[in-house]
Ligand binder design. Structure first.
Ligand code: SF4
Length: 435
């Protein structure tokens, strides 16, 4: 979501005739898009803003803006600690960026645009979605936000505070945007939402089930691959599983956030499912969607998590064998219920538990990938691989399951090819083109 927001911001800056530069020293405007999901990115943002102070002293015409969730939440502190910042905006004011940059350049006084995040049922978004890109450049893959905010209020999460209540974009707007993308050459889209599969409530046009939206997108000529992230486990319904099974354009990859393998912890996290309910969705997807990859999110060291409860998470991970996982030590977010609890887990314990979990999951990922060596996958070529071994020119692409494959060959971005995997790694595969 944050990456997509940054792209939107870049498009607004392009409207002002600005273009991206490689180094801070070359910039006339620096916009820092912040994240509040954990403490570490917030610390990094403050440290980066500290570095920018010197740059601003050397180049007083530089305009520095701060936006994103941390700006929404901690704007007073940013203002106090970073007086060299020219403007701060909240998560709902992205469309105001061009006007703010213009004003900051002319008037040289601090500007703040900080409405509360939109309430339930309020306007969808004030950000017109556009995908300009470079003239003539084809954007093979695009993110398309379809839902903003969240109504779930997990006790560890700050998103409902920073991004407001759940709002869905109109189906018509989404389809128009994707049609325009397809006409410009986009082949793969990823639909974005905090709980993306609960899309479609409170729309003026009436309730539109997420599964129906997927089918409508699949009708758009040129769109070959549809992904989405992140779904909420409890909101998986029969029609969505059916679409996965029957619609070849909906990719067999689901990122299904578990968070904990213990019912008491899940309840205290206010995740609205039990471990058994999660497993029921998980096994249905595995059984009904051939070759599906399922990945997850896990948090260790939630307040009050005992050693036994942590072991429950390890047991569930061992049993379910996710293809991969994003794993984190719990990070208290001021303003959330869990952050106020007194039974916080010591840092060293959290670190140790995280290490054990990562070791287990990495072993499972390596085993699963090793089992998939020698199989042939459809891969969409994306471009040259980031790391090139001496003497080879490797390309990279994703399988339908969302796994990375590197391979040699005379291909072009956007080609759909068949690749047989010859070597497995934690990150994916080396492969050989077969057609
Ligand atoms: S579902 Fe929970 S974790 Fe996800 S965005 Fe909503 S409140 Fe946060």
């Amino acid at each position: 979501m944050n990456v997509e927001d940054s792209e939107q911001m870049e498009r607004f800056l392009q409207d002002l005739g600005l273009r991206r530069v490689e180094r801070d020293e070359e910039a006339d405007v620096i916009l820092l898009n912040t994240c509040s999901v954990r403490k570490k990115p917030e610390d990094k943002a403050f440290s980066y803003l500290g570095e920018l102070r010197k740059l601003k002293e050397q180049k007083p015409s530089l305009v520095i803006g701060v936006c994103g969730c941390m700006a929404q939440l901690r704007h007073e502190e940013i203002r106090r600690r970073c007086p060299h910042v020219d403007f701060i905006i909240g998560t709902a004011q992205v469309a105001q960026i061009p006007a703010l940059v213009r004003e900051a350049r002319q008037k040289r006084r601090f500007l703040l645009r900080m409405d509360l995040p939109p309430r339930k049922g309020a306007i969808v978004t004030d950000v017109p979605q556009r995908h300009l890109g470079q003239p003539g450049a084809v954007k093979l893959k695009a993110f398309v936000p379809i839902q903003y905010g969240c109504d779930k209020f997990c006790t560890f999460c700050i998103v409902p505070t920073t991004r407001g209540r759940e709002r869905s974009r109109s189906t018509q707007d989404i389809l128009e945007e994707i049609r325009a993308l397809a006409e410009r050459g986009t082949k793969e889209i990823t639909l974005l939402g905090q709980t993306v599969n609960s899309y479609g409530k409170n729309l003026l046009e009436g309730k539109v089930p997420f599964a129906k939206l997927l089918l409508a997108i699949a009708e758009i000529p040129g769109i070959e691959r549809i992904r989405y992230t992140s779904p909420y486990p409890r909101d998986y319904r029969d029609d969505l599983i059916r679409v996965h099974r029957e619609c070849p354009k909906v990719m067999p990859h689901v990122h299904l956030p578990l968070q904990s393998g213990n019912d008491k912890v899940l309840k205290e996290m206010r995740r609205l499912y039990t471990v058994d309910e999660f497993k029921a969705v998980y096994w249905r997807l595995r059984e009904e969607v051939p070759d599906i990859a399922i990945t997850t999110d896990l948090i260790v060291g939630f307040p009050g998590e005992t050693e036994e409860e942590f072991q429950d998470t390890l047991k569930v991970v061992e049993e379910l064998r996710f293809d991969s996982a994003f794993m984190f030590a719990y990070s208290p977010r001021p303003g959330t219920k869990a952050a106020d609890r007194e039974d916080q887990i010591p840092k060293a314990t959290k670190r140790r538990r995280l290490g054990e979990l990562i070791e287990l999951q990495n072993r499972i990922t390596c085993e699963i990938n090793a089992e998939q060596v020698g199989r042939t996958y459809e891969v969409m070529v994306e471009g040259p691989a980031e790391r090139q071994p001496v003497g080879a020119q490797l390309w990279k692409g994703l399988t339908r399951q969302g796994k990375t494959v590197h391979f040699e060959g005379g291909v072009s971005p956007g080609d759909m090819i068949s690749v047989t995997t010859v070597e497995s790694h934690l990150w994916g595969f080396l492969g050989r083109i077969v057609s």
